[in-house]
Design a protein around this ligand. Structure first.
Ligand code: FES
Ligand SMILES: [Fe+2]
Length: 437
């Protein structure tokens, strides 16, 4: 017997048309959103920059749906991810975005934990209570070129391809040694998939982003996006593992893109905004490198600054776009960069995106909406949708959240769980479509 939820998923999958945007229910339904969260919580998400946990005792939190992780540097210097759920009766432990302390304390009944997650103190517990069995649950964590990623299930996809590609880009621009210049977040009244589809196509750049289009080659139809000199200047290759996966690998994309003549970086007047970042900062002027890892994290390296996007689905019709601007570690605000000039391009671009995505959602809410065809300039969005449908098909096939295995607390002396996971692909999409009524 199938559950009502898997019926809805099966209907949505059956209504998907290749090369088209998704059926209406995919963007509106709470049941589909719940399925989306199962898909997303088992993939890698960007949690923060290494500079945020520079010293033992520094911690940050990273959230996705109902899940929350504490990323903390222990007394031993190791950076770990721990489920932000007290082992007493389940309270959230850390509420803030970040902090510092020698222990982690739950404010409900004051259980305290060592920075590595081991239970340190629990008052008035009965005889036989075993503190070693009540440590905070570890979560998969990996650090790639100064970028911290976590997952909320024990079997996130393999990073064998993604990690070296992202690492090469991050190291070229010395992102491990960077500092955070500013952050901003934008709440978009739209389903997360409309936000991400928009992020993955530049068909809208000409009409919606005059500022971006003045300097990025990507905005023009059929433009020569990659400069002839990109190989020599960056030493990086384009990497793409983006279509429906059958190998259990995490989504990754690294793409070099040239800026138009007269633009050294992503600034209003084309001039540099901050000191160069790493070797790429001096070698690769007039270029930028886009990278993505997983479903919700994107990175953009200009010669003198970096931009990180973290997309946070909050509810079926609400998504937060969280942005971080990076500069060289030695750069000083005021002397070396002006935050307003630094953020100009992606602030104006993100505000325009918020407007157009919210109008997109308004139209999709109407019963008159029907999935529409992607253009030749929307390949990225089409691939994103195909990948998503593949994941949804795999989830519908399992029929429940068996797809996500429960997290296990570590046995004494054992490390974090295995990080490799099983993938889904075209075959599963086909299978679900065939099974659909
Ligand atoms: S729930 Fe944390 S100490 Fe009680
Ligand atoms: Fe845009």
């Amino acid at each position: 017997m199938t559950s009502p939820r898997s019926d809805i998923l099966t209907q949505v999958i059956a209504a998907c048309r290749p090369g088209h945007s998704l059926p209406r229910a995919a963007y509106l339904s709470p049941e589909v959103f719940a399925a989306d969260m199962e898909i997303l919580t088992r993939r890698w998400i960007f949690a923060g920059h290494i500079s945020e946990v520079a010293a033992p005792g520094d911690w940050i939190t990273a959230e996705l749906g109902d899940e929350s992780a504490i990323v903390v540097r222990g007394a031993d210097g190791e950076v770990r991810a721990l489920a932000n759920v007290c082992r007493h009766r389940g309270s959230r432990i850390c509420d803030a975005a970040g902090g510092h302390g020698s222990v982690l304390t739950c404010s409900y009944h004051a259980w305290t934990y060592h920075l590595d997650g081991r239970l340190r103190g629990a008052r008035e517990m009965p005889e036989g209570f075993d503190p070693s069995a009540h440590g905070l649950k570890p979560l998969p964590i990996t650090i790639i070129g100064g970028l911290i990623f976590v997952a909320f299930a024990p079997d996130p996809p393999s990073l064998d391809l993604a990690a070296p590609a992202l690492e090469a880009m991050a190291r070229l621009y010395d992102w491990p040694g960077a500092r955070i210049a500013l952050r901003r977040s934008y709440e978009v009244a739209a389903n997360w998939k409309l936000v991400l589809e928009n992020y993955h196509e530049c068909y809208h750049c000409g009409p919606a982003h005059p500022e971006f289009s003045r300097l990025h080659a990507l905005a023009a139809p059929g433009a020569r996006v990659v400069s002839d000199k990109a190989d020599a200047l960056t030493g990086l290759a384009d990497v793409e593992a983006w279509g429906p996966a059958s190998d259990g690998a995490e989504v990754v994309r690294v793409m070099r893109s040239r800026l138009l003549p007269g633009f050294e970086t992503g600034s209003e007047d084309g001039a540099r905004l901050a000191p160069p970042m790493g070797e790429g900062g001096t070698r690769a002027t007039g270029l930028c490198v886009f990278a993505e890892l997983g479903f919700l994290s994107a990175f953009l390296a200009y010669p003198d600054h970096g931009v990180i996007y973290r997309f946070a689905p909050l509810s079926p019709l609400l998504t937060r776009m969280e942005m971080i601007w990076l500069v060289a570690g030695a750069a000083r605000e005021g002397d070396d960069y002006d935050p307003a000039r630094l953020s100009w391009l992606w602030d104006v671009t993100s505000l325009a995106d918020k407007r157009i995505i919210e109008r997109n959602q308004a139209g999709v809410k109407s019963r008159a909406y029907a999935p529409g065809p992607f253009s030749l300039m929307e390949t990225g969005a089409r691939q994103y949708v195909e990948r998503y449908v593949g994941e949804l098909a795999a989830l519908a096939r399992t029929g429940s959240n068996q797809h996500v295995q429960p997290l296990q607390a570590p046995e004494e002396g054992k490390g974090a769980p295995d990080r490799r996971g099983g993938g889904v692909g075209e075959a599963q999409v086909r299978e679900a479509r065939e099974k659909a009524p």
